[in-house]
Write a new protein. Sequence first.
Length: 183
Amino acid sequence: MNLIIDFDNTIVNSDKAIWKLYRERTGDLSTHYKDHSVWWYDEVCPQWTRDQQNAAFQDPRLFELLELFPNSIEILKALKKHGHTITICTVHRGEGVPLKTDFIKKHLGFIDDLVIVEEMSKSHKSMIYGDIMLDDSVDNLTTSRCVLPVCFGNGKWNQEWQGARVDDWQSFYQLVQGGRYEV
């Protein structure tokens, strides 16, 4: 199968990294990254303007703070070993693109393809075809041309998704392979 996998808030916990960067830069300890509910980080980073929020994605420190979700790498490697094609499709623009590319090459060098979409729109990933798309964004899932769009996680921003959903990487492995992956 051809698996199309999102990066931010799917393979890595971008919300937590943005929040940590915000805390480091402002000293504001009054928020929590789990309060993130829409694309913008207004409730998580209240002292930052939206320009500052956007600038965080260009900050090298963000990529130092990124944490991989548990079992994401191991399960992607196992799926690859089982013969699946893995394409990472992510949105990024500006000076942060090489930083994200380097992070992905370092941690996910085994993938088949990397697509970085620079255009921010509700259908920016709709040009990608595959069997399964795993993404945390309802906009990406509803415009997907993949056979089975699957929502990753239970974020406040994707609660309205009514289709297939997995809460973690073990569940995604089960969906694709029909069995448990032993880590």
